[in-house]
Design a protein around this ligand. Structure first.
Ligand code: IDP
Ligand code: MG
Length: 149
């Protein structure tokens, strides 16, 4: 079972799309195990996006992710990382398929609404960065036999 860190980025919150975005992961069959509404600090943003430090867009990216509150979540499931990323759509919204979050609501790479971990290693790191283990809930979902084989 995998866990992945998902953020509704500041543009998603400001545009009133948080509920819509959360609903898509929920309907997909992923299981929510953690959620909080936070203003990311400069330090947290720099840690979270440390892998992009050398990229030309790094400063703008940190400014974007700290520009307003985000919804931080942990979703669990078999192949949760790949499932979440396909629900999100391609990084560049104009190339994202219709039916995906970015393909339905986005126009610009620098306003692409949502973050999702990209590998099991990064997912573990990112979940730890945003959540204490006491903030993650182990729970039984009674619909699981209808979602998982
Ligand atoms: P991902 O969010 O789909 O995993 P990454 O390549 O990890 O995409 O990039 C992280 C974030 O950095 C993207 O979601 C996007 O907000 C921003 N970003 C990526 N490439 C560019 C770019 O060329 N210009 C501006 N922002 C970018
Ligand atoms: Mg990424």
């Amino acid at each position: 079972m995998e866990r992945t860190l998902i953020l509704v980025k500041p543009d998603g919150v400001q545009r009133g799309l948080a509920g819509e975005i959360i609903a898509r992961f929920e309907r997909r069959g992923l299981k929510l195990v953690g959620m909080k509404f936070i203003q990311m600090s400069q330090e947290l943003a720099e840690q979270h996006y440390g892998v992009h430090k050398e990229r030309p867009f790094y400063k703008d990216l940190v400014a974007y992710i700290t520009s307003g509150p985000v919804v931080a979540m942990v979703w669990e499931g078999k192949e949760a990382i790949a499932a979440a990323r396909s629900t999100m759509g391609a990084t560049k919204p104009v190339e994202a398929a219709p039916g995906t979050i970015r393909g339905d609501f986005g126009m610009e790479i620098g306003r692409n609404l949502v973050h999702g971990s990209d590998s099991p290693e990064n997912a573990v790191k990112e979940v730890k960065l945003f959540f204490d283990s006491s903030e993650l809930v182990d729970w039984t979902r009674n619909t699981d036999p209808w979602i998982r084989e």
